[in-house]
Design a protein around this ligand. Sequence first.
Ligand code: AMP
Length: 392
Amino acid sequence: MKILSVNAGSSSLKFTMIELPEEKVMISGTFEKIGLDDSFYTIKYNGNKDKKEAKLESHTDAVKILLEELINYKVIKSYDEIDGVGHRIVHGGDKYTESVIIDESVLKTVEELTPLAPLHNPANLVGIRSFMEVLPDTKMVAVFDTAFHQTMPKEEYLYALPYDWYKNYGVRRYGFHGTSHRYIATKMNELLGEDRKIISCHIGNGASICAIKDGKSIATSMGFTPIAGVIMGTRCGDIDVGLLPYVMSQTKEKFDEVMNDLNKKSGVLGLTGVSSDMRDVEEGYNNKDERCITALNMYANKVAEYISMYNTKLEGADAIVFTAGVGENSDLMRSLIIKRLSFMGIKLDEEKNSQRGIDGEISSDDSTIKVYVIPTDEELMIAKDTYNLINE
Ligand code: AMP
């Protein structure tokens, strides 16, 4: 079966077509700057990457071109060869604990959840509606970033705030990156067997840590929004909210301006003033730039703190897994993090750790907790959910 896995943002649309059950990626691409004058798209096919300019006034334009390109690249002969479309949805609130077939009631609920994810859910909905317009008879599935974390116990997802805020307004920890953490849980299940205790570190531009027990999320570092937890590319992670009125009084910024600073100008970018990209900051670190050194140390401290905390919650983890852009590619960051845990007997095999493109165990034979690098694959997870649901 040919399944499209789709991730629609406010001005972008990413897709991957995957053949299932073979799990073979057939073609993928990204449409960018939708609605702007300089919109374009890139297609990856057979190891080649083609960049093309196109006037993309709306997501529907992007979807129409996407489908035409599938035929041009001879991936399909006609649209009815597309068996299903899986859509990434950022927020499922506490309504969705797993992926679902999209119908009018799902669309309505996702729309109602917009106040919880005002930037993401509307963009995801635009993506779904565009596909529905062009492929009205194709089955579509919604895969939620929050769903995997719905197994967290109440004591984990409540904040110590007035209880009415939770009851009346849904103020609680939701957690994100659920599809990626679920992928790691599934992979580790295959590698180590069932009923294991895993600490999954999804550290990319956005970053979150998740404690997984028996394949289920029991704690995660992101919260009501994706700003919480560890230090990220441009997001601050955990901070003292008491500083907000002070900053506003000093900078004369409005609340949404300060929120923009916390989301887009903080984290590694804010600390270094250099970049949000770990590669640039590592270059600064190697050149002894003091702010880059401090930033990387703070980043590693924070991830190590969460690993220690989750090791306690899990009463002893079986494995720590690194994934996403930084986790998969930065041997320096993995090494800085694990060094902070060496007092617990957690140790890397530095030779394995320094291998490029590693996929597997990187801990030393005598490490008390195994450490792995597992490349995440959210697109495959979305496609598999779609495949499973449309075959039910
Ligand atoms: P993601 O959000 O998972 O796509 O991760 C993107 C981030 O991964 C980039 O912003 C970089 O900070 C980081 N990254 C990618 N490649 C490398 C690399 N070779 N070394 C260090 N960091 C990397």
